[in-house]
Design a protein around this ligand. Sequence first.
Ligand SMILES: Nc1nc2c(c(=O)[nH]1)N[C@H]1C(S)=C(S)[C@@H](COP(=O)(O)OP(=O)(O)OC[C@H]3O[C@@H](n4cnc5c(=O)[nH]c(N)nc54)[C@H](O)[C@@H]3O)O[C@H]1N2
Ligand SMILES: Nc1nc2c(c(=O)[nH]1)N[C@H]1C(S)=C(S)[C@@H](COP(=O)(O)OP(=O)(O)OC[C@H]3O[C@@H](n4cnc5c(=O)[nH]c(N)nc54)[C@H](O)[C@@H]3O)O[C@H]1N2
Ligand code: SF4
Ligand SMILES: [Mo]
Length: 709
Amino acid sequence: MTNQNSRKHYRVCHLCEALCGVEVTIANEEVVSVRGDKNDPFSRGHVCHKAVALKDLHSDPDRLRRPMRKVDGEWQECSWDEAFQTVATELARIAGVNGHDSVAVYLGNPNVHNWGMMTHGGNFYGLLKTRNRYSATSVDQLPHQLLCYLMYGHQFMVPVPDVDHTDYLLVVGGNPMASNGSLMGVPDFRGRMKSLHARGGKLIVVDPRRTETAEIADKHLFIRPGTDAWFLLALLNVIIEEDLGDNAAYQDYLKNWDEALESVKAFTPELAESMSGIPADSIRVLARELAAAPRGVCYGRMGISVQRFGGLCQWAIQLINIATGSLDRAGGSMFNLPAVDLVAGPNNRPGHFNLWQSRVRGLPEFGGELPVAALAEEILTPGEGQVRALITGAGNPVLSTPNGQQLDRALGSLEFMVSVDFYLNETTRHADVILPPTAPMEHDHYDLALSVFAVRNVTRYSAPAFEKPEGAMHDWEIMSEAGNYLARALGVDPRPSYPPTAILDMGLKAGPYGKAGGSEFALDFKTLAAKPHGIDLGALKPCLPGRLVTQDKKIECAPKALLEDIPRLLQARAEIEEGGLLLIGRRHVRSNNSWMHNFRRLTKGKPRHQLMMHPTDAARLDLSDGQRVKVASRVGELSVELDISEAMMPGVVSLPHGWGHGRAGTRTRVANKYPGVCVNDLTDDQSVDVLSGNAVLNGVPVKVVGLPG
Ligand SMILES: Nc1nc2c(c(=O)[nH]1)N[C@H]1C(S)=C(S)[C@@H](COP(=O)(O)OP(=O)(O)OC[C@H]3O[C@@H](n4cnc5c(=O)[nH]c(N)nc54)[C@H](O)[C@@H]3O)O[C@H]1N2
Ligand SMILES: Nc1nc2c(c(=O)[nH]1)N[C@H]1C(S)=C(S)[C@@H](COP(=O)(O)OP(=O)(O)OC[C@H]3O[C@@H](n4cnc5c(=O)[nH]c(N)nc54)[C@H](O)[C@@H]3O)O[C@H]1N2
Ligand code: SF4
Ligand SMILES: [Mo]
């Protein structure tokens, strides 16, 4: 049916790193449908269920549209002026009495998916120069960024697998069939794996669960959670000992290669077998296959990041890809060159490490942020420097960070809290003021953060699909205006504020495909905005050593902090008690971290929140399928139904994260009748990768017992 008022709008789906192009049909100013954009050069028409739910997000009655203030425990809508004034007065007061570090900031995952928060966040919280900054990075990819900073000189110089050209993809602790790839933006992973298979390539998965990705793989190996460092270093040692690799290409710019190899010699396949459960011979076979593949690559993600030795795992992966000659080679582990260059562009932030530490536990900062596992104790522990106020932006740390119950309590004890968010959820219910931004389709979008992880160089600008509703503010405007009020209250000059498009224009012009440098693409804002399907900038290209950011333009193969972490690995023993189980997480293609669970489109069908367990464990514990069980860890316990499944490794159980809804004071309908349980009520805030401070969310020791009824 055609409709006079019907129009098509093209944009990038901002929900995950795959960055798919979507075609939105709008009639009478309502979203009618969201489909894949066939003309998108990167995603070629692919979308997942979440993109379709953009429609629900747009029209969701639960989504907050007006600023809110809590008065005597009750929420009231208020004017922006009142909201900003309250925020500025309270933050300036608390910072004035207790110092700026007494105001903490938590920036959640969607910060990097919504550019207004990125471009203008500093206008607001940047004024406080607080050392208590936290983000989702330290429950996620901190070890990756740290290693890339230490080895290549820049936290965003993260190599990604050249998925479209590889012939041997070894995935350790990632499930791109559910996640659509991470630190590897890869729309339509399934289709791209069909192409890999068609050109004779292989996909290998190492994971404690036979995941959706393992299902389409040529080989899947179970690994005991948290033991990947032994496995990966053994893989490296086989490549070296059997002289399988060839890294001659980098000889002029490798530094301390022999020292690195010498330091990890003890990690033999036999030792790795005893820790990981992967037979030594299988490790040898893998090493030979990987090294023999002309275009092989080893890639590791969440599973190897949020564990005890996340930093060592990431280091091992870089060393493996160097040993085989895969780094910077077509089909191997390559660097993206985005149109707005975060690595070589102006104002780029290479990173810094351990310049200061958290007050209570002494955890190291990275890039100006402290590990979020320390946030609750920084709020709860009295003394000088105690956190008394909190700013959250696009995050739900009560559900997303370890020992969430403790953080829940801690937030309740704050003097003041403000949240920039459009939902009243488990975290923002503790706020005194909520500043809700416009919905995604009401503002424009450019991906400033995640393009650098895409498996192809592409660039797209998305115009707003709808006009900004009367009285609404965009994320960037909120950040900018909150900054103006706060600057006045602090008696300092506000930071200048330019619209994000002006910043984009400058970034594009100065970037590698920019007008200023005379590139054939001659990019600036105008040329890009004229192409609603985006511009294909080509396949990943070799760029070393020119792109290295280390001072001597060499790859540091043996960073001191890593060498110092090896004794910790050598001394580590299995931390599991007799009869105990190790808990890991999981993602589902229809679920998005801690939100969007109130959309029926995404939650209907079979429940997906159960504790998965292997039949032998269930038999040993005398448990039956569907039965309610109690799961207990050092920090907490919960009760949930059991899903007995051969897909689990024996000794390992799995729960998804981001659930545990339905608490008092939240305002998100839970459409699937089941709020789920919060896995982070079990994960332990005291358990971190000591090197990086990243939270340990996988391999958590738990006990499971059956409940009656
Ligand atoms: N146990 C366990 N815990 C985990 C993980 C795990 O695998 N296991 N994964 C971790 C990972 S990788 C991550 S990234 C974190 C994610 O955890 P968080 O950092 O908490 O991020 P989200 O859950 O995505 O946060 C969603 C919030 O952002 C708000 N939001 C969405 N879009 C916008 C916007 O445009 N503007 C504003 N202002 N707000 C917006 C939503 O309303 C919602 O409140 O969870 C981590 N926690
Ligand atoms: N549908 C959907 N897509 C998403 C998200 C989402 O919530 N939903 N979240 C987005 C975000 S924020 C991120 S960071 C990415 C994450 O992207 P991925 O890392 O691809 O996603 P996960 O499903 O967390 O994959 C981690 C895998 O590691 C395995 N694992 C657990 N412990 C270990 C271990 O000790 N060793 C090994 N080898 N494996 C282990 C788990 O079984 C799991 O299969 O996904 C993004 N995409
Ligand atoms: S895969 Fe990611 S970017 Fe693509 S449609 Fe789904 S949520 Fe959006
Ligand atoms: Mo993440």
